[in-house]
Design a protein around this ligand. Sequence first.
Ligand code: NAD
Length: 262
Amino acid sequence: MGRLDGKVAIITGAASGIGAATMRRFAAEGAAVVCADINDDAGAQMVTAVQAAGGVAAYHHTDVSSLADLQAAVAFTVDRFGGLDIIHNNAVWSGGGFVADIDPEIWERSLRVMLTGVFYGMKAAIPAMLTRGGGSIINTSSIEAFVAEMMAAPYNTAKAGMINLSRTVAVEYGRKNIRSNCICPGVVETPLFEMLVQMTPKSRAEIAAAHALGRLIKPEEIANVALFLASDESSAITGTAIIVDGGLISNSPISGFPPFGG
Ligand SMILES: NC(=O)c1ccc[n+]([C@@H]2O[C@H](COP(=O)([O-])OP(=O)(O)OC[C@H]3O[C@@H](n4cnc5c(N)ncnc54)[C@H](O)[C@@H]3O)[C@@H](O)[C@H]2O)c1
């Protein structure tokens, strides 16, 4: 018995990192999973790997900055697997820089992938979920929704914005049995992180040490939470943002004052 037996899911950005781990986990728990990505080679490899492990999977080329692409992905999924129960809006692309230096086109493109792309995913998926009698929407936000990283205004803004977008869907569609939640990871060991760590002056060890757990997060640890939100085990959870950060934002950067007050 799998925890997602009989369910059908779309995961955007599932050709890599967190999305890939979630795709493997959902499929292992019995869901049919569509990898919706722009990296066709990596997406096809994911599908082959999931099928080789006994799972049910398909790939659909989908640029989340296009509503037509997301609607086509949903139509493909319903046609191939008979319906849609879960969408995990997870794809990412972001430019950055200090605010006064950000090219407006970079800002627009970033928000179009990370925030409008989530709106498009929801807009495309909700009608199919209503036909099915409900569903679970999962959006990958970030701790950057709560704290601001320098040179990441588009990222910080999109990740914060999607939480209230998600909450809005929760209140609008709760009575139709559609739930909508966000996951807010800390620093996760994915190809995105591996690329970024080469570009930052901070070492991998320093970044790991900033987490209360003293280590980075594995993509599978985010996939576990996505699985919980996708499954009926979280049936009373909607409109929330679950922080999965290994204690990163609990860890005060000014820790170390001596005890006081007697
Ligand atoms: N890695 C971290 O430390 C971390 C921390 C917090 C939040 N997140 C969030 O987790 C999510 C996944 O990140 P990751 O680290 O796994 O990244 P990743 O770079 O490993 O994977 C991102 C995937 O998104 C795909 N993609 C990019 N643009 C797309 C588009 N327009 N349409 C469809 N697919 C597109 C890429 O091809 C890739 O497969 C993102 O939303 C990211 O912001 C990551």
